[in-house]
Design a protein around this ligand. Structure first.
Ligand code: 13P
Length: 263
């Protein structure tokens, strides 16, 4: 399917790393390494405490800013929670929902993930909906069945008219932080399957315009081959997004792949 209908997104998920006071030096270094012309959308999904500093450092909007989670609630007596409204007010454009670490450590169910995606969309931001199978599920041949279930559960919460604002990230749990990347064929097969699910639910026009990212040990060495696959529209990068040089090299891989395709 033609990639021209959708955005390529390179998104860094800092998880619980770096300090707010590290943001300035990080962005100063990254800025010197970014390609002159914009070849893709670049986003950094940072802890809540870092969002304002990152927005200030990136006033020129070369990098979109986002969060890693959000409350399902609008407002009220929910001590410790952060609402979608608060994130939108800080200038966030993206919010990760359903990361496997939130599913595992905070018990986020598919229902919760869907409700979070809806909350983000209602406030005009894009949820990056994460799905992914465990090693056991993959070994038992259940990957696509499980991913289909996760994607459909989240899509059922998307408000009408907001379908094109979603981003889906395929992150096999066994590839996160392990140095073990899915092969480009494995990643493509699942991302294509995800697009089929989106097509069945929302039709071909939406399916061709939704960006589907791969995440799980993406690094400067494997980025180009993953990004060259027809249904992989970018990356959700953990470890390698903490080093400006590595992150910039992954951004460069987009230009490399686009250049190859135009030859
Ligand atoms: P790593 O790139 O460190 O494997 O993390 C992937 C991830 O979980 C991004 O959300």
């Amino acid at each position: 399917m033609n990639k021209k209908y959708r955005k390529t997104i390179i998104a860094g998920n800092w998880k619980m790393n770096l300090l707010p006071s590290d943001v300035k030096s990080f962005t100063e270094e990254l800025r010197t390494l970014l390609p002159k012309a914009k070849t893709c959308e670049v986003a950094l999904l940072v802890p809540y405490t870092h969002i304002s500093a990152l927005r200030r450092a990136m006033k020129d909007n070369r990098i979109s800013v986002g969060a890693q989670d959000v409350s399902v609630h609008d407002k009220g007596a929910y001590t410790g929670e952060i609402s979608a409204d608060m994130l939108a007010d800080l200038g966030a454009s993206y919010v990760i929902v359903g990361h496997s670490e939130c599913r595992q450590y905070h018990g986020d169910s598919d229902f919760t993930v869907g409700a979070k995606a809806a909350a983000v969309l209602e406030k005009g931001m894009s949820p990056i909906i994460c799905v992914g199978e465990s090693l056991e599920q993959r070994e038992r041949g259940l990957t696509m069945e499980y991913i289909t279930y996760q994607v459909l559960a989240a899509l059922s919460f998307v408000p009408e008219g907001k379908e094109r604002s979603i981003v889906i990230a395929y992150e096999p749990i066994w590839a996160i932080g392990t140095g073990k990347t899915a092969t480009k064929e494995e990643a493509q097969e699942v991302c294509e399957g995800i697009r089929d699910v989106v097509r069945e639910k929302f039709g071909a026009r939406v399916a061709r315009s939704v960006s589907i990212l791969y995440g799980g040990s993406m690094n400067p060495k494997n980025a180009a081959e993953l990004l060259s696959m027809p249904d992989i529209d970018g990356g959700l990068i953990g470890g390698a997004s903490l080093k400006p040089h590595d992150f910039a090299q992954i951004i460069d891989a987009v230009a490399q792949v686009t250049g190859e395709e135009q030859k």
